[in-house]
Ligand binder design. Structure first.
Ligand code: SAM
Length: 259
């Protein structure tokens, strides 16, 4: 899984795609506002920095910024994009961040579902590494695909709309999703804590980890505290159980504090 995904992230057209991205996602904007009085004292690590979409917002306001990615090509694109600050970027794999000492960072970001392209075992290793290099009381903010959102995608009935053209396009995408994941049944999606799925991103080339929010909380519990969840689409916090169970976002953002 990890090797196949790495191949995608070194491909020229994919690197180009990420280096063109400019906008913050709504939940990222929420966090930018939430910590507005603290950024200037923070040492930040931006994991899976891609083409530097988030760099332009954060590197200017934090005390120190480092962007890392396991794709050499993504890092080269960042160094090209931020030519005068190329030293901010480094090729590092999140599964082994041994070049960073313990307690190095105040704020660690792993945005836009970068954590979802490694295996289950590697994901736990990444979380372990983050808790090691993050300062106690520091923050980790990341997003991950939601199995709850995917459940809806696996149900053909949810793709019917009043607009016949939209229904047609939805049905094609639904058929492709089911074709690329023919070994996974809707029942399996409903009854699993997590699943590895080839979704439509980058034309079904990536294998991505989708997790049930409760399972994500369980994975975080041993090393992180004060876990909060945000809708990626609205940027609003999911506060009540009702907010969470009604949510069908394809991915959610998690903010937590390192123990
Ligand atoms: C979906 S892209 C997001 C890029 C960027 N953060 C953004 O939001 O535009 C995910 C990024 O995570 C990187 N990535 C995936 N697994 C990684 C790992 N184990 N270590 C470091 N980077 C990783 C990929 O190379 C890719 O650049």
């Amino acid at each position: 899984m990890a090797d196949q995904n790495h191949q995608v992230y070194i491909a020229r057209e994919i690197v180009h795609h990420y280096s063109q991205l400019r906008q913050l996602q709504p939940a990222e904007q929420t966090i930018l506002n939430l910590f507005r009085n603290q950024w200037s004292n923070m040492k930040m690590l931006d994991i899976g920095v891609g083409g530097g979409r988030t760099t332009q917002y954060f590197s200017r306001i934090v005390q120190e910024y480092k962007g890392i990615d396991y794709s050499e090509e993504m890092i080269a694109a960042c160094q090209q994009r931020f030519r005068s600050q190329s030293q901010m970027f480094e090729v590092v794999d999140a599964r082994d961040m041994s070049q960073f000492p313990d307690n190095s960072f105040d704020f660690i970001l792993f945005s836009f579902n970068g954590i979802d392209v490694v295996s289950h075992c590697d994901r736990l290793q990444v979380l372990q590494e983050i808790s090691r290099i993050g300062k106690s009381g520091g923050y980790f903010f990341f997003s991950s695909h939601s199995l709850q959102g995917l459940e809806r995608e696996f149900n053909w009935k949810t793709h019917i709309s009043f607009n016949p053209f939209k229904t047609y396009v939805n049905m094609i995408m639904f058929t492709l999703l089911r074709f690329f994941n023919r070994s996974i049944s809707p029942h399996q999606i409903k009854s699993s804590d997590y699943a590895i799925v080839q979704d439509e991103s980058h034309n079904f080339r990536l294998k991505q980890y989708y997790v049930r929010p409760q399972e994500q909380l369980n994975q975080l519990q041993s090393n992180f505290d004060n876990i909060r969840m945000f809708s990626w689409q609205s940027g609003l916090e999911l506060i009540t159980q009702q907010d969470l169970s009604a949510n069908t976002d394809m991915w959610l953002y998690y903010l937590c504090q390192i123990k």
